[in-house]
Design a protein around this ligand. Structure first.
Ligand code: NZQ
Ligand code: ZN
Length: 383
């Protein structure tokens, strides 16, 4: 096990009815004038934005609405939000939605607190983030885990990049599984995939003597595999959606990778794909994982993949290589059963040309300047 620091300060309010605590939490964390950041309208249609606005105003707070965050959220939109927040003297950002609204809110929070800095420079590593504005979250889709993560992912032109910083942790997250009951099946499938991938991208790493973290990761994966299909079948299934929502937060707040070395190669490849083709995040991950798994499985003599197969998929094969291959097959079949693509051609852009693949690899390597992964380090040719 490697040394680690774990500080997860986000206050979590979980359960049906927890949305009712939003105004109290905003006040608790010092908010008075609140920018309410949401997406393309699902939260307006469901009545959630109306209820939250009324709740904030009844609590003596001022709500400033800012909708329009789109999936794979854009830097330009966040810049607009930060300008509005400064003009309105906002001191708190409330994200209502999923990863796209939350990451937009995080970017707005950084922009509001750092008016003289070009926002994208934080993502490029050219400027250091030393302060931000508090962000709270009302979650409507279990998926990205941004409600407790230290990450914010934005798209600027043809680049999609993540920024990791402790300043990205929201001060609170309201996890009310009833709010996810209106999700379209496709979004549930994307969410299940992303939740699994946040743990898988940590689980496959070169540190092998990490019993507690491995056991936590395996339990989370089994829980999502059990409850994901039930939530897909009926997003109103409160038990299944509750498990999924809780797993979504635990899967990306760092817990399932403590003491290990994050790999995240599949996420990095997925970001290049989403930047080029504007596909949903979950789709970009399931399309890559099977090929990635087959490619890297042999690098530790199949041992790690065999552990995954036995602990997560109850594969009963004595030989490591046979068990590993069966585990990869079962995981791939699971993604397929959700209706997710499991290869690049299934993304719907046909068979990609060598030129397309080279372009994706150039994006993923940040213009030939980095490798990705830790379980097996991938250079640009491997990408
Ligand atoms: O925009 P609206 O109209 O709200 O509709 C959304 C959107 O179309 C809809 N939706 C959300 N909740 C709903 C609902 N529809 C009906 N009922 C509800 N209750 O679902 C669609 C997807 O929403 P989005 O926020 O884009 O989904 P998700 O949570 O999957 O977020 C994806 C974004 O998060 C990033 C991804 O790259 C992507 O940009 N990620 C952020 C991470 C982080 N900050 O830690 C980590 C992840 O790995 C990921 O990269
Ligand atoms: Zn993800």
């Amino acid at each position: 096990m490697e040394s680690f620091v774990y500080h997860m300060p986000t206050e979590i309010r979980f359960g049906p009815g927890s949305e009712d605590g939003a105004a109290e939490l905003v006040r608790k964390y010092g908010g008075r004038r609140v920018l309410v950041v949401y997406g393309g309208g699902s939260a307006v249609k469901s009545g959630l934005i109306g209820r939250l606005t009324a709740q904030l105003e009844a609590g003596g707070l001022t709500a400033v609405p800012f909708g329009g965050a789109q999936p794979n959220p854009r830097l330009a939109h966040a810049r607009e939000g930060a300008a509005l927040a400064r003009a309105q003297d906002v001191d708190f950002i409330l994200a209502v939605g999923g990863g796209s609204a939350i990451d937009t809110a995080k970017a707005i929070a950084h922009g509001t607190a750092n008016p003289g800095v070009e926002l994208w420079d934080f993502w490029l590593g050219k400027a250091a983030l030393t302060r931000t504005t508090p962000v709270g979250v009302v979650l409507t889709i279990p998926a990205a885990g941004s409600e407790t993560s230290d990450s914010a992912v934005l798209t600027n032109g043809d680049a999609k990049r993540g920024l990791n910083s402790s300043f990205n942790r929201p001060v609170f997250a309201i996890l009310d599984p009833r709010l996810a009951a209106t999700l379209p099946k496709f979004q549930v499938a994307c969410g299940v995939t992303d939740i699994l991938m946040h743990t898988l991208d940590r689980y496959f790493n070169p540190v092998s003597d990490n019993e507690t973290t491995d056991a936590l990761a395996e339990a989370l994966l089994r829980t999502v595999l059990r409850n994901g299909p039930a939530a897909l079948e009926n997003p109103g299934n409160l038990h299944a959606m509750s498990e999924l929502m809780w797993c979504g937060s635990l899967s990306h707040n760092g817990l399932t990778g403590l003491g290990g070395k994050k790999d995240f190669a599949v996420h990095q490849l997925g970001h290049a794909i989403s930047a080029k083709y504007d596909v949903a995040h979950g789709v970009s991950l399931s399309a890559v994982w099977p090929a990635w798994a087959r490619y890297v499985a042999g690098s530790d003599g199949f041992r790690r993949f065999a552990q995954f197969a036995r602990q997560v998929w109850a594969v009963d094969e004595a030989g490591d290589e046979a068990a590993a291959r069966l585990g990869i097959e079962r995981q791939t079949a699971f993604f397929r059963s959700l209706g997710m693509p499991v290869s690049l051609p299934e993304l719907g852009f046909g068979v990609l040309t060598e030129g397309d693949l080279a372009d994706l690899a150039a994006r993923c390597s940040y213009g030939h300047s980095r490798t990705i992964g830790s379980f097996r380090v991938l250079d640009e040719a491997a990408m």
